[in-house]
Design a protein. Structure first.
Length: 145
């Protein structure tokens, strides 16, 4: 816990040392650095990571903001350079379609398999007894009574 506090203090100190022209730029910087994922740290934003690559990404975000890039342009720049991994919600395209469609297809295939197996095994249908089997069953039932 103390380590996390120490890391967050260093991150805040670094952000405070950056000079912004206005509060809007500072807010955009904070939002973008929270929105972008560090490629080295599995599920940590670049705002909270102290890895060198996250530091480079924060510096590039700061630079691009001051060059007048929009938030979308900055995110696109980071995706082009570091792949879709740096955004938490992958965009829908041919490369990521399986992430969106895969679970739905798996559920449909599972439901079809269960239905097919149930029909194949004859579940839900009473077993049909021959006349001879019925007579033996009736005799057994009467014998126990």
């Amino acid at each position: 816990m103390a380590g996390l506090l120490l890391v967050s203090l260093f991150a805040m100190a670094e952000q405070q040392s950056l000079v912004f022209d206005n509060d809007t730029l500072r807010e955009r910087y904070q939002e973008l650095t929270e929105k972008l994922r560090c490629p080295k740290c599995q599920n940590q934003s670049i705002a909270g990571s102290n890895s060198p690559i996250a530091d480079d990404m924060r510096n590039k975000t700061y630079e691009l903001l001051h060059l007048g890039y929009s938030d979308d342009q900055i995110v696109n720049y980071m995706v082009d350079r570091y792949t879709e991994f740096v955004i938490y919600q992958p965009r829908l395209n041919w490369g990521t379609a399986w992430l969106w469609v895969g679970p739905i297809l798996a559920l449909l295939l599972g439901a079809m398999l269960v239905t097919w197996l149930a029909r194949r095994s004859g579940a839900g249908e009473p077993d049909k007894l021959s006349d001879d089997e019925r007579m033996r069953l009736q005799a057994l039932l009467e014998k126990d009574s």
